[in-house]
Design a protein around this ligand. Sequence first.
Ligand code: UT7
Length: 324
Amino acid sequence: MTIKSIIKSTGAYLPEKILTNQDLEKMVDTTDEWITQRSGIKQRHIAADDETTADMAIHAARQALEGSGLKPEEIDGVIVATTTPDQTFPAVAVKVQAALGLPAGMAFDLQAVCTGFVYALSVADNFIKAGQAKRIIVVGAEKMSSIVDWNDRTTCVLFADGAGAVVLEGQDSGKDVSPRGIHSTHLYAKGEQRDLLYTDGGPSSTGTAGHIVMQGREVFKYAVAYMADAVNEALKENNVSADQVDWLVPHQANLRIIEATAKKLKLSMDKVVVTVDHHGNTSAASIPLALHEAVSDGRIKEGDLLLLEAMGGGLTWGSALVRF
Ligand code: UT7
């Protein structure tokens, strides 16, 4: 018996409020030109003061559940990748579980910052392959605006809010292994590099959530190197060449990082899903948001080979090769 985790459906949510580079010019010493040239970002969505990560996660998860055609009672669990939970506890995932009327089952948050969605996908895939669950909703949801220092121009122009979700379903294809599904996932962290990107607070240290502190130039350098390693590993393990990949769906931190990864793979930018220009960096939400956008507008079709990759605080990084 060979079980594969299939992405049955996707969902997404973006807050109503849009913050443009021109808006930011009025808030900190920056320019549209600098933000565009250095990051590729033109605008981003920012949650309302009373809108939480769970609110956004619930919207995205509900849309994914509706798209799957499954009933709530058919879902075995929910995993939410987030660094910005509403509360220290309980997990955002239990709020999603309750709001969607899911039956008792596993529900927990997972924190690997911008790599969170790839980590969560991998964890869910392994639960499914181990037979411990058949269907899991995997969400990436962030209110990064709540941990941004709005006086720090080096970070406040980059981060943003939103949520994306997928419904994963284990399918036993018997002798004929389904060509669809998650083929492999590859997860890494290097804790020695945790001081390159962190928050200067937390429940057990300052008792506050803290604000994002980033050594951007250093993180940029490692992002390009680590993501190239992770995607090459995914290709090698599956004996697939880069030109067989239909879509690269990368974490959306910086257009220059995305272009560098595509270039290393010799992949045309026509095969890369780019949302960073209008979403900004939504951390764990960025990959499922990009995936949902490209599925909704018809670019990504059933049967396409997708390469997902991300890198973030920790430092953490990872990739996944998925036949959609
Ligand atoms: O998602 C998690 C992973 N995160 C990332 O992957 C982010 C990785 N890093 C980056 O994307 C880029 O490093 C940034 C977009 C953050 C910065 O771009 P950069 O080309 O590395 O710029 P820099 O940090 O080297 O700064 C260049 C200059 C500095 O001035 P000096 O020292 O050259 O005089 C900064 O002070 O730009 C200045 N600067 C700004 N100027 C206008 C920094 N932020 C701004 C700003 N507006 N918002």
